[in-house]
Design a binder for this molecule. Structure first.
Ligand code: NOJ
Length: 569
């Protein structure tokens, strides 16, 4: 089936590749050990070389940094350690001068508890800002319900001043906003319009499918082993979420030619379609997490379990098909909350380079807008710190302390941290082989990965076979071949535990994408339906002889090999 014609016109974000910058770890220009806006501006030509179209900038707003900027104290001010509003304006100007668009992170499910609205809200029950947040009385000296916060403990914090609890789905310094209140919504829309008027090109919306809560605030399903349990059924994709997003669109976004992407944990493909079908006027694309959960056991992300390729394929294929004609997907392996993909689904040892290229190909040849997270294009690997003292992430540290208090062995907890901590993705960008990887002349806020002497941007730029140049080529291909953007998707060999293969079809052309996800040799049986087609070329592959690799009925695949054949009928 084809996309509807009106879906294909003037939607630049469908042909774009997004690069995510986590500013704290990208480039420090003033030696204080913290990345900053001028550091980003310095490195824009690097992004031009890579060929990306859009930058998604994680929060740079004023914040006490309980959660590295995802706890906003002032929506219209820049965090001191990142620079000034003039620095930000200069960065935007320099981006636009290079043809790069900017989308800002919009965190409107919660603010910091140091935001002026919350400071007012907690003063008294009849304060004008009281209902900007979610306050409830306790039940017999206990929180209003049994919901757990994402960063540990109850999702409710008691406040003595008014003898009530406020809801915080993340840390207690991140109180949830009350979207039921039209006065709050109207203030948020003003703020969104203010940023759009500054000339930005869109927003990445943080946990945007959490904004509508079931107003009965029911208990989550009891678990004999846990005091606090997930209440997600009552706030993920909640009762009024579509109404709120449509209102946000009408009041603040309509008339702007922008990219909007919703970060949506727990979203289903059916919901994803509702959020992103163009005629519904909500968001352009969904950023789901289903494939990021395949190595999580029944007790959540820290309960690490082996992942299966069959499941990974099944999930990604399901999303490809569900949003084939309506709505739009984001494609990603990495962001600032996830482990490094080459360590997770590839091999960060002997096959680091080939496996990073294989993963990139598998993702970038699918339908949707690809996201590259800083350092992914260098094949940066997980952090693996020896001591908990080297970790900075609130989620990791809270979990460690909770589990220690529960009597678990530190080495077992560290094992999970090595696999899943968000700090895996937050070590400084590796620019060169100078001290601190060229990230800072000072002491970095989090340690640099010791492999920076070999894994760094300078080395990658100088090597024509680097992961960086491979990503550059993938981006170029997307610009050149409409089939990569618009072609339909069919998963092949769904049961194979070694090979991830699929077909893309568009206007008489076909792509056959084959990737070996193992360090062993494997093979792929080419379906008969390809036999009447004419092979035009090999578009890309990750071995030196890939471009001349024959197509045979049974294709031998070397460790972590990937190849893309392009056929015409
Ligand atoms: C999702 C963000 O990606 C994550 O980093 C943050 O901790 C939570 N939302 C809360 O804002």
């Amino acid at each position: 089936m084809k996309e509807r014609l009106d879906d294909m016109t003037n939607q630049w974000w469908k042909n774009s590749v997004v690069y995510q910058i986590y500013p704290r770890s990208f480039k420090d220009s003033n030696g204080d050990g913290i990345g900053d806006l001028n550091g980003i501006t310095e490195k824009l030509d690097y992004l031009v070389q890579l060929g990306v179209d859009v930058v998604w900038l994680s929060p740079v707003y004023e914040s006490p940094n309980d959660d590295n900027g995802y706890d906003i104290r002032h929506y219209q001010k820049i965090m001191d350690s990142f620079g000034t509003m003039e620095d930000w304006e200069n960065m935007l100007k320099e981006m636009h001068a290079r043809g790069i668009k900017l989308i800002m992170d919009l965190v409107i499910n919660h603010t910091s508890d140091e935001h002026a609205w919350f400071i007012e809200s907690r003063q008294s029950k009849d304060n004008d800002y009281r209902d900007f947040y979610i306050w409830r009385p306790g039940k017999n000296g206990q929180p209003p319900n049994n919901w757990a916060a994402n960063f540990g403990g109850s999702a409710w914090q008691y406040d003595e001043q008014t003898d009530e609890y406020y809801l915080h789905l993340f840390s207690k310094k991140q109180p949830d906003l009350n979207w039921e209140n039209p006065a709050l919504r109207s203030k948020l829309y003003d703020m969104i319009r203010w940023w759009l008027d500054k000339g930005i090109d869109g927003f990445r919306m943080d946990v945007i499918n959490f904004i509508s809560k079931d107003q009965r605030f029911p208990d989550g399903d009891a678990d004999a082993n846990q005091t606090y349990v997930s209440g997600h059924r009552y706030f993920m994709n909640g009762p009024r979420v579509h109404e709120f997003l449509q209102e946000l669109h009408t009041e603040a976004l309509a008339g702007h030619d922008i990219l909007t992407v919703g970060e949506m944990p727990g979203v289903t493909p059916e919901e994803g379609k509702l959020y992103t079908a163009s005629e519904r006027k909500e968001l352009n694309m969904v950023f789901h997490f289903e494939h990021m959960d395949i190595d999580s056991g029944p007790h959540g992300k820290w309960d690490v379990k082996p992942w299966s390729l069959v499941e990974l394929k099944q999930i990604l294929s399901k999303w490809q098909l569900a949003l084939e004609t309506e709505g739009w997907n984001s494609l990603y392996w990495n962001n600032h909350d996830q482990p490094r993909v080459v360590s997770r689904f590839g091999c960060d040892g002997a096959y680091r380079v080939v496996s990073a290229k294989m993963l990139a190909t598998t993702l970038h040849m699918m339908k949707g807008t690809p996201y590259i997270y800083q350092g992914e294009e260098l094949g940066m690997t997980n952090a693996h710190f020896d001591s908990i003292d080297q970790y900075r992430d609130i989620e990791t540290i809270n979990m460690y302390n909770e589990q220690m208090a529960a009597g678990r062995k530190p080495e077992d907890i560290m094992e999970a941290i090595h696999v899943k901590s968000r700090d895996n993705a937050r070590t400084p960008m590796q620019w060169n082989s100078h001290p601190q990887a060229g990230f800072t002349t000072g002491e970095p806020w989090i340690a640099v990965h010791p492999n920076y002497k070999t894994v760094n941007a300078d080395a990658a730029l100088a090597d024509p076979n680097s992961i960086f140049h491979y990503y550059r080529k993938l981006i170029e291909l997307r610009k050149k071949y409409a089939i990569i953007v618009h072609g339909s998707f069919t998963l092949l060999a769904p049961k194979s535990e070694e090979i991830f293969a699929y077909r893309r079809s568009y206007q008489g052309e076909q792509l056959l994408v084959i990737s070996n996800f193992t360090k062993m040799k494997a093979s792929f049986q080419v379906p008969e339906s390809f036999q009447h087609l004419k092979l035009k070329q090999v578009l890309i592959g990750n071995y030196p002889d890939s471009l001349s690799k024959d197509i045979t009925p049974e294709i031998p695949m070397r460790p972590y090999e990937t190849i893309v054949y392009h056929f015409i009928s």
